[in-house]
Ligand binder design. Sequence first.
Ligand SMILES: Nc1ncnc2c1ncn2[C@@H]1O[C@H](COP(=O)(O)OP(=O)(O)OP(=O)(O)O)[C@@H](O)[C@H]1O
Ligand SMILES: [Mg+2]
Length: 248
Amino acid sequence: MTDDSVRSAQGDVLTARDLYRFYRAGEEETLALRGVSLRVQRSETVAIVGPSGAGKSTLLACLAGLDEPSGGEVRVDGVRISHRPETERARLRARHIGVLLQTRNLLPHLSVRDNVRLPQRASGRRPAVPPAELLAQVGLAQRAHALPRQLSGGELARAGLAVALANSPAVLLADEPTGELDGVTEQLVLSMLRQRAEEGCAVVIVTHSAEAVRVADRVIALDDGTITGGAPAVSLPSQHQEAPDATR
Ligand SMILES: Nc1ncnc2c1ncn2[C@@H]1O[C@H](COP(=O)(O)OP(=O)(O)OP(=O)(O)O)[C@@H](O)[C@H]1O
Ligand SMILES: [Mg+2]
């Protein structure tokens, strides 16, 4: 627990209101998000599903403050992260949000340990958990000095998870965190995400994986930049096909 103001908050930790995101490339305009609103509570795991091009990664990047929505706003524990200069967004992200990206969140020239240290330094606070302990938690204690290219795919995924957890974030945002993983590593990553949720973190997973959807408390289906009321895009046991009531 690094930030009591975040941890003590009951209810919504992450809110997005009426997000729009236009992309313009030459003559062509894409409306990747068309008025997306959602709320995620402490200890809640939400899966975001939908076809390729639906806007899932765009949404996650806006939630993380990695991208700026063209309209609408994102708040993390009541603090607006959208519509701020990049440096401020980066500082807020370092303090409150862990991000696990489709393209891994490791810098290639830094050791695994230094990759974990980087967001800890960026937060401007004393790390709650030392890098060595985080790496032990993901089973990489022996690989702390390795460079990312010296790791296997499963080890890379676990190292990325250690980076995302570096500042004990209140919100954990993952874009297809288990996309290329074998079943065992997928289970390990998902159980670590679940564990964080049990400890109070709000977890959002963009995924095509039925396993990842299975561990979620709630599923939000996104299609063509809009939250749809339809069933998730993947085939699921009936008890997991809740209506994607994104704004409850
Ligand atoms: N930088 C960009 N410039 C222009 N268009 C973009 C850009 N990034 C994404 N898009 C477009 O926005 C839409 C949403 O893309 P996004 O990456 O969010 O989809 P996605 O749901 O994550 O898909 P996938 O499941 O394939 O990862 C797509 O039509 C995509 O082509
Ligand atoms: Mg994507």
